[in-house]
Design a protein around this ligand. Structure first.
Ligand code: PLP
Ligand code: COI
Length: 348
């Protein structure tokens, strides 16, 4: 049981924003090896102006959530999957990967140092963990850096979409591609998000919450949303989600596929034609930040399909959401072993 006094925050009403905490942790890769890592209160990174992350985009990141259980323990969801994906993202743009054990240890250290910012159980909030890896070597030629900085910071957050678990309106994006079929769309690298910003900003200006990207080659199949994967429930109660080389392999989606199987929803990953949206019963976005965000409507050219005419999440989105979030916060059994208790520093 943790006795540390909590930070004074309005836990149930946090948005998805940056809030200063006590510490972040930094590791440096130089002369072929990683250092031991240092906890610091400094929020600023000193960086060479010719660092490869700044001009050639040698940068990747992760996002994961820590929750407090009813018993006051800090737990993290599927951290081993984030550690693996961080390695894959780094390799894809020729950065020095962070060893998985080091990634996990870094997250544990920084969470323990910021324990008072782990939101209390039952508030709906979580401690969002943001690991990032930056190429820091000074270079002007386009080639991989030989020096790297690995930083992990944390920030307490509420829902990514400010309405929380409420249906959102989405528009199919046809003028902007987020990622190419043989590009880096399946890696969590900053450039993918930069590529999508003008689409998202324009969609918001037009009154939508987010965009749905189509595959860049055919403009025919659904890829994913800006910050999350896409899934749908067919009229015969099947969970379907796109198969594509240009989307991020979402850990939340992978978990939902497993839960959908258990709920009898016969999950299937396959190319999904955009025209199929008119036949689905329910649809949603899923991701660490988005959790499950039900889709209320999708606008495609001059047509609009409405899944939530009453403004309420659909039955199956709700079941999936309740099942997933109960496991994440330790309120339901965890038969897959997805949730790990974060051991206090002296237990490691
Ligand atoms: N797709 C994109 C583009 C994302 O940024 C994210 C967020 O991480 C996801 C999907 C969902 O992935 P995950 O469930 O692993 O958070
Ligand atoms: C996450 O879900 O963790 C992400 O990194 C998505 C991001 C756009 C907030």
């Amino acid at each position: 049981m943790v006795t540390l006094e909590k930070a004074k925050l309005d836990w149930p009403h946090l948005d998805f924003g940056y809030r200063k905490t006590d510490f972040n942790i930094r590791y440096t890769f130089k002369d072929g090896k990683w250092d031991e890592g240092t906890l610091t209160r400094d929020e600023v990174i000193p960086i060479h102006m010719a660092a490869t992350c700044l001009h050639y985009g040698q940068e990747c990141f992760e996002g994961l959530k820590v929750f407090e259980t009813r018993d006051g323990e800090a737990v993290v969801f599927r951290i081993d999957e984030n550690a693996k994906r961080f390695v894959r993202s780094a390799r894809k743009i020729l950065m020095e990967p962070v060893p998985e054990e080091m990634f996990i240890d870094a997250v544990y250290r920084v969470v323990n140092a910021n324990r008072r910012f782990v939101p209390p159980h039952g508030t709906g909030a979580s401690l969002y963990v943001r690991p990032l890896l930056l190429g820091t070597g000074a270079q002007v030629g386009v080639k991989p850096s030989s020096e790297y900085l690995f930083v992990v910071f944390v920030t307490p957050v509420g829902p990514y979409f400010k309405t929380g678990f409420k249906p959102v309106d989405i528009v199919v994006e046809e003028e902007v591609d987020r990622a190419a079929p043989l590009g880096v769309g399946d890696a969590k690298v900053g450039g993918n998000y930069a590529a999508g910003m003008r689409a998202t900003v324009r969609a918001k200006q037009a009154g939508y919450t987010e965009v749905l990207y189509l595959d860049a080659r055919h403009k025919k199949y659904i890829d994913e949303s800006g910050p999350a994967n896409f899934f749908a429930i067919t009229r015969d109660n099947q969970y379907v989600t796109p198969e594509s080389s240009s989307i991020l392999p979402s850990i939340t989606n992978k978990s939902l596929v497993a839960l959908a199987e258990e709920l009898g929803l016969r999950p299937e990953r396959r190319p999904i034609e955009v025209e199929e949206i008119f036949d689905f019963k329910e649809a949603g976005c899923c991701g660490t930040a988005a959790v499950i965000t039900p889709i209320g409507s999708i606008t495609y050219r001059d047509r609009k399909v409405v899944y939530a005419p009453d403004g309420q999440p659909g039955e199956l989105c709700t079941r999936l959401y309740n099942t997933l979030t109960a496991i994440q916060v330790g309120d339901a059994p965890d038969p897959h072993g997805w949730v790990r208790r974060i051991p206090p520093d002296d237990d490691r």
